[in-house]
Design a protein around this ligand. Sequence first.
Ligand SMILES: *[C@@H]1O[C@H](CO)[C@@H](O)[C@H](O)[C@H]1NC(C)=O
Ligand SMILES: *[C@@H]1O[C@H](CO)[C@@H](O)[C@H](O)[C@H]1NC(C)=O
Ligand SMILES: *[C@@H]1O[C@H](CO)[C@@H](O)[C@H](O)[C@H]1NC(C)=O
Ligand SMILES: *[C@@H]1O[C@H](CO)[C@@H](O)[C@H](O)[C@H]1NC(C)=O
Ligand SMILES: *[C@@H]1O[C@H](CO)[C@@H](O)[C@H](O)[C@H]1NC(C)=O
Ligand SMILES: *[C@@H]1O[C@H](CO)[C@@H](O)[C@H](O)[C@H]1NC(C)=O
Ligand SMILES: *[C@@H]1O[C@H](CO)[C@@H](O)[C@H](O)[C@H]1NC(C)=O
Ligand SMILES: *[C@@H]1O[C@H](CO)[C@@H](O)[C@H](O)[C@H]1NC(C)=O
Length: 398
Amino acid sequence: MSLLSSLSLALAASQSVLGAHPSRDGQRLRFTEDGTFQLAVFEDLHFGEAEHLDWGPQQDVNSTRVMNTVLDNEHPQLVVLNGDLITGENTYKENSTDYVDEIVQPLLDRGLLWASTYGNHDSDFNLSRHHILAREQTWANSLTRQDVDTSRSGVSNYYLPVYSSNVTKSVPELLLWFFDSQGGNYYQRLDTSGNGVSQPNWVDQTVVDWFTSTRADLCTKYGRNVPSLAFVHIPVNAMLAFQQGPGVQSHYEPGINDDNPLAQEGYTEGQGDVSGTLSNYTGQDIPFMQALLGTLGLMAVFSGHDHGDDWCFKWNTTLPDMNLTGNGLDLCFGRHSGYGGYGSWERGSRQVLVTEELLKDRSVETWVRLETGEVSGRVMLNGTYGRDHYPAVADTAT
Ligand SMILES: *[C@@H]1O[C@H](CO)[C@@H](O)[C@H](O)[C@H]1NC(C)=O
Ligand SMILES: *[C@@H]1O[C@H](CO)[C@@H](O)[C@H](O)[C@H]1NC(C)=O
Ligand SMILES: *[C@@H]1O[C@H](CO)[C@@H](O)[C@H](O)[C@H]1NC(C)=O
Ligand SMILES: *[C@@H]1O[C@H](CO)[C@@H](O)[C@H](O)[C@H]1NC(C)=O
Ligand SMILES: *[C@@H]1O[C@H](CO)[C@@H](O)[C@H](O)[C@H]1NC(C)=O
Ligand SMILES: *[C@@H]1O[C@H](CO)[C@@H](O)[C@H](O)[C@H]1NC(C)=O
Ligand SMILES: *[C@@H]1O[C@H](CO)[C@@H](O)[C@H](O)[C@H]1NC(C)=O
Ligand SMILES: *[C@@H]1O[C@H](CO)[C@@H](O)[C@H](O)[C@H]1NC(C)=O
């Protein structure tokens, strides 16, 4: 093929993608012909630290290497960037979102679609999560949206339907929900002492209201509760209550468990706590947890934030000091993917595999692909997860 014709073909392909851009709905996610749909979750990449020192940019080169290694080994239909894409403390107002282009390069190289949630480090004096979204949306491959637009809601709140490989089916097989747990500091705001002003770091009531009404609308529209998965950067309090109560058992909830106690929605330390007004947990995420438990068909929720934890647990009962009763919902951490951010646990990426067959049982398979190429902590999130015995996960550092 001549260079010119391959160029014009490439152009036509990119235009057809761009043509679908205005609605963003044209970029339909689909199960493969084998009936599978896989997600690769990169979280806590923390690009943009110490940009004037050697080690800062080198970290980002390393993080890109992790993404490439993972994607050379896995072939997902969608990549989820599950918060803390950038560390906003050290970046400049004029160019802090330039890092978005660097982060998504491995995805663009492979023609992959992606969807983000934003984390606490994605908001700071010189970094705005609204601007990250705008920068993402310059790429047709970004499916990230803002469906709730109030000053209290954060940005990355939206859902994506995933359709059957059978193109004649008009009802999706799976819904993906993305929530913004906010945090960090407000963009370009200082208090009277010149300190950053911290944002609430939980999923706001306005988002809970949007979630419950949208899921009801979708149920009416599709005539059933479509099975779903959810993504939110900061974990809910149930994960802490489980960790501190029944506890994480290495053969039943295999994974590293070094952030102990873990930090949950409503609790902040370090960045995001500059003004010190929002540091203690007072049940801020209870409405969100209630909404998650009330979502028929919701199978699992995936969080990041705590770099030293990568287990999943089944919330099947009451937990100490919590009034909510679990219904079998699985709550999972991913794996710290970036060389930025604290901790030197071997980097990796949580993989989530849904198949049209497994969906009949509301089961999901998941594992972590490490930067070494090895697989860690492969489990089946099915009805007996939490009672099934698995090999323990090795706690290894790079
Ligand atoms: C980059 O990765 C290599 C290999 O893991 C590691 O030895 C090195 O310390 C990393 N550099 C930084 C700045 O993170
Ligand atoms: C924010 O960016 C400006 C450049 O626009 C820089 O002068 C300033 O030091 C940065 N502030 C912080 C807190 O990083
Ligand atoms: C951002 O701008 C500052 C000031 O001009 C510069 O020193 C820095 O290298 C730039 N960062 C990036 C990532 O381009
Ligand atoms: C595709 O779905 C339609 C219903 O929407 C069904 O009639 C048809 O049999 C399906 N095709 C296959 C190959 O399963
Ligand atoms: C948070 O809890 C600590 C320890 O109990 C207390 O000293 C501090 O005043 C509390 N902060 C707020 C903002 O309530
Ligand atoms: C549990 O609910 C009761 C009654 O609604 C309330 O008094 C109590 O404070 C709640 N406890 C927690 C830990 O939320
Ligand atoms: C769940 O998956 C595990 C591991 O594959 C399997 O041993 C167990 O029987 C499954 N449970 C159910 C209810 O299918
Ligand atoms: C609930 O999950 C725990 C593990 O987290 C398990 O020990 C217990 O047997 C489960 N209970 C039921 C009723 O499945």
